[in-house]
Design a protein around this ligand. Sequence first.
Ligand code: BJW
Length: 229
Amino acid sequence: MRVVILTGAGISAESGLGTFRDEDGLWTRYPLEEVATPQGWARDPARVLEFYNARRAQAAAARPNAAHAALARLEARLDGQVLIVTQNVDALHEAAGARNVIHMHGRLDGALCAICDHRWPAPGTMAPADPCPSCGAPATRPDVVWFGEMPYRMDEILMALGQADLFVSIGTSGEVYPAAGFVEEAAAQGVRTLELNLEASRGSRLFDEARQGPATRIVPEWVAEMLAL
Ligand code: BJW
């Protein structure tokens, strides 16, 4: 069986990392146009780097929870293939032991030169004057995907979706494209679809099945069902 799993901020919420659009989400405290767009970065790089420096420190201190662990267990034990496509910029899937993970919105622990596209491991704290180790330009930014930018590895993701037997969406509001469109892409190709989320999301009705509850409960329950099949 081939399973493609899309994860969002909700899977890391019980590890203490904030979501974006919930009542107390990050976008209620930081306007997304200011911190998650190329235009915001061009206007005020120091503010953007400060936002990501703080989140990098939080993510480094966070530990994977029972939902991350359950997905790693599924990957290790399922008779088939599991691909985790995460929108999250933390590394909690990998910390739990998952290996086949695509970070479609990049990673907090990566740095990117806006001039020459060179990539390197991000230091704990990034500053606007930091020179790129390759070209020397003081144009270093976090290697994350902002609004208006192309998410990473889309060809691989769309190919895996088309070949899957099951698509599962976990802890994402379904507000941000192209990830929000994966359920329709999968369904159009006859792939069965399941949503696991704290509450019904905007796109819940598009899934064959939707289950509600905290990820640390409903993800291990679903994984146990899959491994008993
Ligand atoms: C729990 C829980 C618990 C809580 N247990 N669950 C008009 C129409 C359509 C599209 C567009 C449009 N105008 C512009 C666009 C495109 C735009 C877009 O989608 N905008 C929308 C807002 C309308 N998209 C883009 O620009 C993207 N690029 C693009 O489209 O390129 C062109 C292209 C076209 C076709 C193919 C390919 C490319 C880029 C989007 C980049 C998003 N970047 C961010 C920031 C990344 C770096 C960072 O982390 O800072 O990514 S924004 C932010 O949102 C972050 C997240 O990955 C992303 C999704 O958020 P997520 O994970 O869903 O979090 P929340 O908070 O929304 O939801 C959490 C959920 O968890 C909730 O449902 C809770 O209930 C649940 N939950 N606790 C289980 N314990």
